[in-house]
Design a protein around this ligand. Structure first.
Ligand code: FES
Ligand SMILES: [Fe+2]
Length: 408
C-alpha cells in the first residue's frame, strides 16, 4: 500500500500592519495620591496642614456681614464683632442648626437669626433670649464650635488644629523689613499668571508648580508669547535643594551681555510661595510671599502679601495674555494663549498621579513630595512637622529668594 505522505500543518500568517500599541483602550482607571492631596479633617494631609496657621481672608473680609469661607474642607463663618475682634465659627448654630451666615453681628459676637442665640468669637453663648432666667447655667455650658484667629500683614489667619499643638503665628523677614518708600499690601485676586480668585483644582498642583522652573520657559515665555520678560525664555541651569522647611530652586540664565541672572525661589512649608517677581522690576530680595489655601480637595485660592511702593501694585503685576487679563479672554483665546490656570486646572480636579512620567526636570516636584511625606510621618509619629515655631522670641523666617544679577 502506497504510503500517504504526512504534510505538517503550517498556519498561514497574513502579513499586514503590526498591531497598534500604546492605544488608550483598556488602560486602568487613573488614581491620585490621596495622602498628599486630600485635606479634610482626619486625613493624613488634612492633619498635617492643621498644624499650621493659614490665611482665611483679607482683614477687610472679617466685617459686620458674616462671610462664608472654605478652609481645608470645612465651611466656616468669618466675622468681626463690634469691638473689632475677628471670629471664625462653625456655621450650624449650636441650638438647632440654622446657619450663622444669616446671623447678625453685634458688639459682643454673632446672633443667630432663628431664635436669637448670641455667640462670642470663642463660641461662648452669651444670650438665649427666648429662655426664662432658669436656663442661665445651661446657657453658660453651650459652646458654638470656633477656631482661633489672629491678624497679621493685612490677613486673617486661622488655626484649625489640635489646641495643644498650636504654634506661633510666623513672621517673615521679607515682610518685616521694609525698604525706603515701601509698605505692605495684601491681595487675594488669583494665581500670579491670572485666573479667578477660586481655582477649581487641587492645591498641590499649584504648590508643585512653584518648584517647576522649566514651565516658565515653555508656558510663560514661548507657548503663549512673552508673559513676563524676555529673559525668562532662556533655558536656565537649575539646581534644587531641600532646605530646612522647603524646596529651593536656583536658576541661572546667561544674559547677552555676559552677566548672569540668578533667580532663587522656594516652596516653603506648609503652602508658601516664595517667588521673586518674574517681571524683574528690580534686582534684589523677594518682594512678596504667597500662601496657597486648600479650600477643599478640588479648590484652592491664593493670598499674597508684598512690599509695594504704590497701592494696587500687586494686582497690576497680573499677567496679560494676548494683551488681556485672564477674565477678559474668550474661550478660543484661552485655548490659543494658555497660562497657569489652563495648565494646572486641566491636570484635573486632582491630578492623576498614576499616569505621570516624572523626568529629571521634575526633580523639584519629587523633592517636594518627599518633604511632604516626611512631615506626614513626623505627625504620625507624634512630632511637630518642619516649619512649626513655638518660641515667641524666634527671629522672623528668612528666605534666600530673589532675583540677582551676577556680573560677567
Ligand atoms: S437655631 Fe440658632 S438660635 Fe435657634
Ligand atoms: Fe507659572
Amino acid at each position: 500500500m502506497a504510503s500517504i505522505p504526512i504534510v505538517p500543518f503550517v498556519p498561514v500568517v497574513e502579513s499586514g500592519p503590526a498591531l497598534d500599541t500604546g492605544t488608550a483602550y483598556g488602560r486602568p482607571p487613573p488614581t491620585h495620591d490621596a495622602e498628599l492631596t486630600e485635606v479634610g479633617a482626619g486625613t493624613p494631609m488634612g492633619e498635617l496642614l492643621r498644624r499650621y496657621w493659614h490665611p482665611v481672608g483679607l482683614a477687610a473680609d472679617a466685617g459686620a456681614t458674616p462671610r462664608q469661607v472654605r478652609v481645608l474642607g470645612e465651611t466656616l463663618i468669618l466675622f468681626r464683632d463690634g469691638t473689632g475682634r475677628p471670629g471664625l465659627v462653625h456655621p450650624r448654630c449650636a441650638h438647632r442648626g440654622a446657619s450663622l451666615y444669616y446671623g447678625r453681628v453685634e458688639a459682643q459676637g454673632i446672633r443667630c437669626c432663628y431664635h436669637g442665640w448670641l455667640f462670642d468669637v470663642q463660641g461662648h453663648c452669651l444670650d438665649q433670649p427666648c429662655e426664662p432666667q432658669a436656663g442661665e447655667p445651661y446657657r453658660a455650658r453651650v459652646r458654638q464650635p470656633w477656631y482661633p484667629v489672629q491678624e497679621r500683614y493685612g490677613l486673617v489667619w486661622a488655626y484649625l488644629g489640635p489646641p495643644d499643638k498650636k504654634p506661633q503665628l510666623p513672621r517673615y523677614d521679607a515682610l518685616q523689613t521694609l525698604d525706603e518708600g515701601e509698605f505692605l499690601e495684601a491681595d487675594d485676586s488669583s494665581i500670579g499668571g491670572g485666573g479667578p480668585p477660586v481655582i477649581p483644582c487641587n492645591w498641590l498642583q499649584h504648590y508643585e508648580n512653584l518648584v517647576d522652573p522649566f514651565h516658565v520657559v515653555i508656558l510663560h515665555a514661548s507657548f503663549s508669547g512673552t508673559q513676563f520678560v524676555p529673559q525668562m525664555a532662556l533655558m536656565p541651569e537649575v539646581s534644587f535643594d531641600t532646605v530646612g522647611s522647603g524646596v529651593r530652586v536656583s536658576s541661572l540664565r546667561k544674559l547677552a551681555d555676559g552677566s548672569t541672572l540668578h533667580r532663587i525661589s522656594e516652596a516653603a512649608l506648609p503652602t508658601l510661595r516664595v517667588i521673586p517677581s518674574p517681571r524683574i522690576g528690580q534686582y534684589g530680595r523677594v518682594e512678596s510671599i504667597g500662601w496657597v489655601l486648600p479650600m477643599d480637595d478640588g479648590h484652592f485660592r491664593i493670598y499674597v502679601v508684598g512690599r509695594v511702593k504704590a497701592a494696587g501694585d500687586l494686582r497690576r503685576m497680573r499677567s496679560r495674555l494676548n494683551g488681556k487679563l485672564w477674565e477678559e479672554l474668550s474661550e478660543a483665546e484661552h485655548q490659543a494663549f494658555p497660562g497657569d490656570y489652563e495648565a494646572q486646572v486641566s491636570q484635573g480636579p486632582i491630578a492623576a498621579h498614576s499616569e505621570e512620567h516624572l523626568r529629571s526636570t521634575d526633580r523639584g516636584v519629587a523633592m517636594l513630595r518627599r518633604l511632604l511625606r516626611q512631615q506626614l510621618a513626623a505627625v504620625r509619629d507624634g512630632h511637630d512637622p518642619a516649619g512649626v515655631q513655638r518660641d515667641p522670641a524666634a527671629p522672623p523666617w528668612r528666605f534666600e529668594a530673589g532675583n540677582f544679577l551676577l556680573p560677567p
